[in-house]
Design a binder for this molecule. Sequence first.
Ligand SMILES: NC(=O)c1ccc[n+]([C@@H]2O[C@H](COP(=O)([O-])OP(=O)(O)OC[C@H]3O[C@@H](n4cnc5c(N)ncnc54)[C@H](OP(=O)(O)O)[C@@H]3O)[C@@H](O)[C@H]2O)c1
Length: 469
Amino acid sequence: MIRLKESIRVDRPIGDVFRYAADFENVEQWDPGVTESRKVSSGPVREGTEYRVVAKSGPSRIPMRYVVTDYSPPNRVVLEGEGKRIRAIDSITFEQEGSGTKITYEADLSFSGLLGSAEPMMRGTLDRVGKKAVEGLRSALNEDRKTPRSRVRNMVEDRSILPGVLGFSRFGYQRRKASWAPVTVSLEGRTVVVTGATSGLGRAAALGLARKGARVILVGRDRQKTEATGLEIAHETGNPEIGMQTADLALMEDVRRLAENLLAEESNIHVLINNAGALYPERGLTSEGIEKTLALDLLSPFLLTNLMIPLLQASKPSRIVNVSSGGMYTQRIRVEDLQFERGRYDGSVAYARAKRGLVILTEKWAADLKDEGVVVHSMHPGWADTPGVLSSLPTFHRVTKKILRTPEEGADTIVWLAASEEAAGSTGQFWLDRQPHTTHVFPGTRASEDERARLWTQLADLSGWSAEA
Ligand SMILES: NC(=O)c1ccc[n+]([C@@H]2O[C@H](COP(=O)([O-])OP(=O)(O)OC[C@H]3O[C@@H](n4cnc5c(N)ncnc54)[C@H](OP(=O)(O)O)[C@@H]3O)[C@@H](O)[C@H]2O)c1
């Protein structure tokens, strides 16, 4: 048996350090000897939690199954791993040292078969691997690695059809993921509102944020479905801080009631995620007489955000994340026909125009709130396999099914924009896969200053919102 032992100290509170390092799903972010780590059992991390880990040894990949055998927050976690001809017991202990934390990592490794006879020669190599892993953990917890920004590459990709479009698929996600810096932040004490949290990307984002310790308020339109989602998220993450609100966001009366409830019930809101959205193949009006795509995808985030800004400002530093779509690249905003009354209605076009409008609003809010401690970003998730895509674009779903992202992959940048230190460093950008991207690819999609101003005025008129109210 070979025993490795290394200690490090990081300047972070023990609770934060434990939350991050004791969840072995994060190990692929900090241990260069691991290429993949996935939690395969359900529920929060606890004794019995299982992970599938792929370890790297030169060119070989060694699949291993790890099980948590001791989980004693915030002081100790022990995992036992088993792969072909290899067994490991990893134990990590955490001790408060002043304002920081001392972490001691011990690994007992035993080999059988040919590997067993080579054990004495492997000691030096394994020592180096162990040192690198612990260094990786220190670097991750110090957040001293930044995700490299490749503006030129993004620009070229965005403007070239095939690489641009492939970047929307799961292959784009997998490729970009390799360069991401770890995000170790704990969101305990932060409150996040997620609209459209009962399905697809919103549900995945809410789950990811609850896993990081945030109080998450789920906004759904159906009470039963929202409550069921809340229970599932609380059960999966072990985070009891899950709040719920219901509102049909296509109705401005409901949006106003939702905002009133949030303002009355929450002392702070640190992040507002405008995610609810839909593509309607047929044109229709809401009971308030507004075209449905405009109502849900643009007017609703306009009104909700403007009503929530005073509380976001009071809760600063805070963030707004607007979920747009890559489809917006194809359209300009039509301020003279926001409700698609002219020409033949096309659901994808109406949707793309509304999502274009959301990017314009993002830029306006970002500029207005620049000195107010509120950063505002928009993003697009690429193409993710969600109930929304299946129901509104069944042919697209059938053709692209094999290359679609999972909802978690699509939601990754939403969670990152809501949580990471890096995302707080700028405002008003449009993101895909943790990278800022251009907002214009095709000619003729830019709106003039006058069009932007008219968009704002018309949305204010249609929603009945006024800055002075
Ligand atoms: N998936 C993609 O590839 C993709 C690509 C680009 C952009 N997006 C955007 O990502 C966001 C999430 O989409 P998704 O793919 O996750 O779709 P989804 O699975 O259909 O989820 C949409 C969410 O919005 C809610 N919602 C719909 N209409 C609502 C209303 N009138 N009032 C309140 N909530 C309402 C849905 O509630 P129910 O659960 O009750 O239906 C659901 O929670 C949308 O803004 C979408 O435009 C998605």
